[in-house]
Design a protein around this ligand. Structure first.
Ligand code: FE2
Length: 379
């Protein structure tokens, strides 16, 4: 597949995407976690998510409990099994806390299933309709990389809070949101030599087009290297960069992820804000840990990115990274992994015209990750 420059833009490029699978956006992201009650507390306290819905023993579900949290357009579902054995425990045992479901909002869950399985997707959930007094939700699902799945959610005939089977989760503890708006992109790490298979999966099975590719010349430091291609659906609301490790002097961060996650999985969830200085200030106050970039990054950054609206001083103080492409610039910052295994982390991103992913920051960023790897003895 032809590589495209980082400067190539969404509007010009995605018309190659086919629209047999129209997607309205991300519906929710579900994490399987060891202790959903405590994880929910963390995502409320640290990231400003709000209590939305709940399912568990009190709602007649006996094998698992799920908490649904929301912030603006983002819905996070945290699920923990209530007993031993079974698929969720196996997932936890293999992968630790991590993303199981990237749910996609569609107009027709039955058709989405047909279109994707007929193109070779492996079925995860046969189409089904669930209902309650608020209407009906139609669901279906397919497998993607590793043990991650996509669930297609059709909710045009549903007026409830989340979906049938869930009740309102009322809480007396409601920390303020921090300005997180929507999911900008979600990155998958796949194993050696597997990137192109998954790029082809998103192209053929889901009708996505390739926006950008990076190779090890773009993304390598003394020690680490990776390759990445960014796949997008037709309207650009769903963007999935896919990374694979590349040969470097020492262990790549992608390889470290694969080692600890025990296979392919979601590496990071990038969340958009429209005021990154405010958002990161609040996240810092709430104990979210970010990758540290040396102050020297800011000595030359404006030579590279040119004029920006923000004052440099607060960006420097918070360690926010800056990059520019043909259409504008972006501000971004990455958390440290949010669980004990060095696996899933979050990115906070503010786009000021730029539609790319921060290539100009890779060097500084990867050196920061390597410092972390060094301290874990996994470099
Ligand atoms: Fe990202």
């Amino acid at each position: 597949m032809e590589s495209k420059n980082i400067g190539d833009t969404l509007e010009k490029v995605v018309p190659e995407a086919e629209d047999f699978l129209p997607l309205n956006g991300t519906d929710y992201v579900e994490l399987y976690v060891g202790n959903a009650k405590q994880a929910a507390h963390f995502y409320k306290t640290a990231f400003g998510f709000q209590s939305l819905a709940y399912s568990g023993l009190e709602t007649g579900v006996t094998d698992r409990v799920s908490y649904v949290l929301a912030q603006d357009k983002i819905r996070l579902v945290l699920t923990t099994p209530l007993g031993p054995g079974g698929e969720i425990n196996k997932h936890l045992n293999d992968h630790g806390d991590g993303v199981k479901v990237i749910a996609l909002w569609v107009d027709d869950a039955y058709k989405s299933y047909e279109e994707t399985t007929s193109r070779g997707a492996k079925s995860y959930m046969e189409p089904k309709t669930i209902s309650d007094e608020n209407g009906e939700v139609r669901l279906s699902g397919i497998h993607t990389y590793g043990e991650t799945v996509h669930i297609f959610v059709e909710r045009k005939n549903y007026k409830g809070l989340f979906m049938p089977g869930f009740v309102e989760w009322k809480s007396n503890y409601n920390p303020e949101p921090v300005g997180l708006k929507f999911i900008d992109h979600m990155v998958g790490n796949v194993g050696w030599g597997e990137m192109n298979d998954w790029v082809e999966f998103y192209a053929k099975v889901m009708g996505f087009a390739q926006l950008i590719s990076f190779d090890d010349k773009d993304i390598s430091t003394e020690y680490t290297a990776l390759m990445s291609k960014v796949m997008s659906n037709g309207n650009g609301r769903i963007k999935f960069p896919i990374n694979e490790p590349a040969e470097g002097k020492r262990k790549s961060q992608i390889e470290e992820y694969i080692d600890f996650y025990k296979g392919a999985g979601v590496q990071h969830v990038a969340i958009a804000t429209d005021n990154i200085i405010e958002t990161i200030t609040k996240l810092n106050e709430r104990g979210v840990e970010f990758l540290y970039v040396p102050e020297s990054y800011y000595d030359t950054v404006l030579d590279r990115v040119g004029e920006i609206d923000e004052e440099l001083e607060p960006l420097k103080k918070l360690g926010i990274l800056i990059d520019r492409d043909d259409e504008g610039y972006l501000l971004q910052l990455f958390t440290k992994p949010v669980e004990d295994r060095p696996t899933l982390f979050f990115e906070i991103i503010q786009r000021k015209g730029a539609k790319s992913f921060g290539k100009g920051n890779f060097q500084a960023l990867f050196e920061a990750i390597e410092r972390e790897q060094e301290s874990r003895g996994t470099l």
